[in-house]
Write a protein that binds this ligand. Structure first.
Ligand SMILES: Cc1cc2nc3c(=O)[nH]c(=O)nc-3n(C[C@H](O)[C@H](O)[C@H](O)COP(=O)(O)OP(=O)(O)OC[C@H]3O[C@@H](n4cnc5c(N)ncnc54)[C@H](O)[C@@H]3O)c2cc1C
Length: 368
């Protein structure tokens, strides 16, 4: 019964926050002010963990039902309970997997774009924005090529964009957002293939360590590499056999870790040892005999997120989903300072994760 109450509250938040507000532009303060009654009604100043604890008394259930902010880069003890909507969203629509992987979604979208005449340029890093009269005049890539346009749309991490590329001409709002930014956590992602099938393992598994509050403190406040880790294990082969040769399996293990604000972690030195630790935990808790079955593996640390994706502090999901970094407080979809610059993606309203990022594209559509 208490669970049903939690589900109902989660639905109420979902109906308004996701169905009505996630697709609405939030660059005007007046839009935010209009939502104050809703924000108070749903106690948006409370955390997801507190929201869950209101309905569930068992500590293990509280953990299981409050973990969803980690999917968008937030600490369940700090993330506004508006994100409790994720629970209802998953119940209402189910959890989907694109056959062939997310890369296939990208391919399908690219095909549609090419069909309507969009020209796509890959493997190109934009390094400079040339500004004129509070507008972007042109952008320059790593090879020095200049591109002009009437309108520019960016899905770079806005922290990188406004810190490293457009760092002049920032107004008070942007300076504040950059100075007081609280980043999402980092991710250690270990991909591996095995020469044997682990048929009992489902497509999605979350393995909790003994610690929960302490683990999240280490990741989000103390910036220490945890020993007692929690792992999300992904086994695409449970749904899509094309992910491994016949008789084999493929996985990734995603471990929340501190981002690069941490002064105590040296990934160059510690990554391999951490990988072995993750494998040992998997072997002990879920997959007996795992290590001798592995034929291929590689991993990504927060350093890779910083270097390959230009994510500020190597954060996995840009800004963390605090109340004070959501909606009007988040980076706007219409640039705070440049008239013809628009932003989409994880660091903008409404936030990270594919549903959030696609919603930001819908916001953009309405703005344009
Ligand atoms: C391991 C992992 C698993 C995930 N699983 C899920 C999931 O199951 N469901 C879900 O909903 N979400 C999931 N997410 C989250 C989701 O993938 C992200 O929130 C989403 O991809 C963010 O989209 P984005 O467009 O903001 O940024 P990105 O997808 O990171 O795209 C930004 C792109 O811009 C490029 N770029 C950056 N700077 C420049 C520059 N200066 N010039 C040119 N290009 C540049 C980057 O290289 C990158 O390719 C997962 C994330 C990770 C890391």
């Amino acid at each position: 019964q208490n669970y049903l109450k939690l589900l109902e509250k989660s639905k109420n938040i979902y109906d308004l926050a996701f169905c009505k507000l996630a697709h609405q532009p939030f660059h005007k303060l007046s839009t935010m002010i209009k939502q104050i009654p809703f924000l108070l009604k749903f106690r948006s100043y409370e955390s997801v963990y507190k929201f869950t604890s209101r309905y569930l008394g068992n500590e293990k259930l509280r953990r299981a039902f409050s973990i969803q902010p980690l999917l968008v880069g937030g600490n369940p003890f700090d993330t506004t309970c508006i994100y409790s909507l994720i629970h209802y969203l998953e119940r209402a629509h189910g959890v989907y997997f694109a056959m062939g992987g997310t890369g296939n979604l990208v391919k399908a979208l690219s095909k549609l774009m090419v069909e309507i005449g969009v020209k796509i340029t890959l493997n190109t890093t934009i390094e400079k924005f040339i500004l004129k009269n509070k507008k972007v005049n042109s952008i320059i890539d790593h090879a020095g090529k200049v591109r002009k346009a009437d309108i520019f749309i960016s899905n770079l991490d806005p922290l990188h964009l406004y810190k490293k590329i457009i760092y002049k001409n920032n107004n008070f709002s942007l300076k504040y957002k950059k100075k007081y930014a609280r980043h999402s956590m980092g991710l250690f992602v270990l991909f591996f293939g095995t020469k044997k099938k682990f048929n009992k393992i489902k497509h999605h598994t979350i393995i909790f360590g003994k610690e929960y509050f302490e683990l999240l403190e280490k990741i989000f406040r103390k910036y220490e590499l945890p020993k007692d880790i929690s792992i999300y294990l992904h086994r695409p082969t449970a749904t899509d056999a094309s992910f491994a040769p016949k008789g084999c399996d493929s996985f990734y293990a995603l471990v929340p870790v501190p981002n690069l604000i941490s002064k105590s972690i040296c990934w160059q030195k510690e990554a391999n040892e951490f990988k072995n630790h993750v494998l040992k935990v998997l072997e002990k808790r879920l997959m007996p005999g795992l290590q001798k079955e592995i034929v291929q593996d590689f991993y990504m640390t927060p350093l890779d997120f910083k270097e390959n994706y230009l994510s500020d502090k190597g954060a996995g999901f840009s800004l963390a989903p605090f109340f004070t970094q959501s909606a009007w407080f988040r980076f706007h979809n219409k640039s705070e300072v440049l008239k013809n610059l628009f932003l989409v993606g994880a660091g903008t309203h409404p936030g990270a994760g594919l549903p959030g990022v696609l919603s930001s594209a819908r916001v953009l559509e309405s703005l344009l």
